[in-house]
Design a protein around this ligand. Structure first.
Ligand SMILES: [Ca+2]
Ligand SMILES: [Ca+2]
Length: 469
C-alpha cells in the first residue's frame, strides 16, 4: 500500500493539474520545496493550499475533501498511527497528539522509524497523561528509544511532563537512536528532585540529536538538567534552546551534563539557575572525550558554585571555539566563560564578554570587551571557521552560526532590513538563476530561474526577521 502522505500528495497533484495556471505554478513551488510538509490534514495551518482553494470556486474544495474522506474511511482498521510500516523507506506517520502519545504504549516500536507530519499541540497532555518514550529504571530494567524520529521541521507544543520519583525525564526519556528536525514550543517539565531531565530527552546515550530546538522551555529538575537534553553521551548538532532551566547540580541552558558525548554548532539563550555546576550552555563536562565546540550562550546564569556563562565546570574534556555573553552570578568558582577547570579539562580559543557577564575573570578562555567580542579579528586570530560555520556583522553583533541566518538576510546577520532589500533589488528581474550562480546570489528564493514577484513576496514575508532564536 502506498503510504498515506504519498497518496494525499497524489490527490493534491491531481487537483492541481486540473486547476488553472496559477495553481500549477504554486504546485511547482510545493514540489520544489521537497515535500508536503506539515499540512495535509491541517488546512488551517497551510497557507498555500488554502490560498489556492480560496482563489478557485468553493466547489473545488468539496470534491477533494470528499475524496479524502472516502480514502480515510477505507483505511484498514489496524493501521498504526497515521500510516506507514515503521521502516526507513516507509516510516510510521504521526499526525496528531494522540498518535504521538501512542508511541510510548508500543515499546516494540521504539526501534522503528517515525515521521512527524503536522504541527501538533499537546496542551491536553499533562502530568501522568503524557507518555514518556524510552525509560531507564535500572541497568537490568531499561529500554531506550533506539529508532529514528524525524520531526520533519514540524513542532510539538505545550506538553507538560511531571515526575517526582522517576529519572530520565523528557518527551523522550532514554534515547540511543536519532531525533532530528524537531521543534518543541513551550515544553514544560516539572521534575524537581530527579536526575537526567531535559525537554526533548532526559538521557542521550550514543544517539544523535540534530537540528532540534526547544523554544520557551520551562525545565525544572534535580541533577543533570538541560533546556534540551539532561545528560548527553551522544552527539548534539545544530540545536538550540530558549526559556528557563532550574536544577540543583549540573544545570545547563542546553545540556545539563556532558559525558562521553559532543555538543557542536549549537547555542542557548535560556536563563539558568542552580546550585553547583551551572552554565549558560552546559553545566559540566565530565568525560575525557566530552567536547563542546563551536557553541555559544547568551543566557543569564545564577548559581552557588562552579558557575560560568558557557560551562559551570570543565572537569574533563574540552570546550573549544565557544563564547558566552550572559550575566553570571555566583559565590564560588565563578567565571565569565567557565567557572572551574580540572587537570583533565581544557578550554581553548574561546571568549567571554567581561562587560556583559559582570565577571572580569574566568577559569578558562579569554576575556574580551563587548566591542572586541563583536570584531571578526578576535575570532579569526583563534582560527574560527567563518567559511562554513560562523558569520559576524563586524562591529554590530556577536558571531552567529550560519544555519541560524534567514536566507533573506543577505548582508550582515543583523536581521532582514533595507540593506538586504537593496541587495535583493539589485538582482531584480535577473534571469538564468541556477546552482552555478547560487540562484542569483540567493535572491531567486523559489529556484524558479528568475527573480520576480514570487521572490519579492517571500522576501516581504521575512521582512525584519532576525536570526532564528
Ligand atoms: Ca541584514
Ligand atoms: Ca524566482
Amino acid at each position: 500500500m502506498a503510504n498515506l502522505c504519498e497518496t494525499i500528495g497524489l490527490f493534491w497533484h491531481l487537483f492541481f493539474n486540473t486547476s488553472i495556471a496559477t495553481a500549477k505554478r504554486i504546485s511547482a513551488r510545493l514540489r520544489l520545496s521537497g515535500s508536503f510538509v506539515c499540512w495535509p490534514l491541517h488546512f488551517s495551518t497551510s497557507k498555500q493550499p488554502q490560498s489556492i482553494t480560496g482563489k478557485q470556486s468553493g466547489q473545488s474544495t468539496i470534491p477533494l475533501l470528499a475524496l479524502l474522506a472516502i480514502f480515510f474511511s477505507a483505511l484498514p482498521a489496524q493501521a498504526k498511527y497515521g500510516g506507514g510500516s515503521g521502516t526507513a523507506g516507509d516510516p510510521y506517520l504521526i499526525y496528531s497528539a494522540e498518535q504521538m502519545n501512542a508511541i510510548c504504549t508500543n515499546s516494540s516500536d521504539w526501534d522503528k522509524h517515525f515521521k512527524l507530519m503536522a504541527d501538533i499541540d499537546m496542551v491536553n497532555y499533562t502530568g501522568a497523561s503524557l507518555n514518556i518514550i524510552g525509560y531507564f529504571a535500572s541497568y537490568d530494567n531499561n529500554k531506550p528509544f533506539s529508532g529514528v524520529f524525524d520531526g520533519n521541521d514540524c513542532t510539538i507544543s505545550n506538553f507538560t511532563c511531571t515526575s517526582y520519583n522517576t529519572n530520565y525525564i523528557g518527551l523522550f526519556g532514554y534515547v540511543t537512536g536519532v531525533i532530528k528536525n524537531l521543534g518543541l514550543i513551550k515544553p514544560h517539565i516539572e521534575a524537581g528532585t530527579v536526575y537526567d531531565v531535559g525537554s526533548l530527552a532526559g538521557h542521550l546515550e550514543n544517539g544523535t540529536i540534530t537540528d532540534c530546538y526547544a523554544k520557551g522551555a520551562y525545565v525544572y529538575g534535580g541533577n543533570s538538567v538541560g533546556g534540551l537534553v539532561g545528560f548527553n553521551a551522544g552527539r548534539i548538532v545544530n540545536c538550540y534552546s530558549t526559556g528557563m532551566v532550574w536544577g540543583d547540580r549540573f544545570v545547563g541552558g542546553l545540556v545539563g551534563q556532558v559525558g562521553a558525548g559532543t555538543v557542536t554548532k549549537s547555542y542557548s539563550n535560556a536563563g539558568v539557575s542552580g546550585n553547583l555546576n551551572v552554565g549558560g550552555c552546559v553545566g559540566k563536562t565530565m568525560d575525557e572525550t566530552s567536547a563542546v565546540t563551536n557553541c555559544y550562550a547568551t543566557g543569564r546564569v545564577t548559581g552557588n558554585g562552579y558557575v560560568g556563562g558557557m560551562a559551570g565546570q570543565v572537569e574533563r574534556g574540552a570546550v573549544f571555539q565557544c563564547y558566552s555573553v550572559g550575566s553570571v552570578t555566583g559565590n564560588q568558582y565563578t567565571g565569565g566563560l567557565v567557572g572551574y577547570i580540572r587537570v583533565l579539562g581544557m578550554v581553548a580559543h574561546s571568549f567571554g564578554d567581561t562587560q556583559t557577564s559582570g565577571q572580569l575573570t574566568s577559569a578558562g578562555g579569554t576575556g574580551k570587551t563587548t566591542a572586541e567580542m563583536k570584531m571578526f579579528s578576535t575570532y579569526s586570530a583563534a582560527g574560527w571557521d567563518f567559511w562554513d560555520i560562523w558569520e559576524i556583522c563586524e562591529g554590530m553583533n556577536y558571531p552567529v552560526l550560519q544555519w541560524q541566518i534567514p536566507d533573506e538576510d543577505f548582508r550582515c546577520p543583523d536581521g532582514v532590513s533595507f540593506i538586504d532589500f537593496a541587495f535583493f533589488a539589485a538582482h531584480w528581474h535577473h534571469r538564468h538563476c541556477n546552482p552555478s550562480n547560487n540562484y542569483c546570489d540567493g535572491t531567486d528564493f523559489d529556484h524558479s530561474g528568475s527573480v520576480d514577484f514570487l521572490d519579492l513576496a517571500i522576501f516581504a514575508d521575512n521582512w525584519l526577521a532576525g536570526v532564528h532564536n
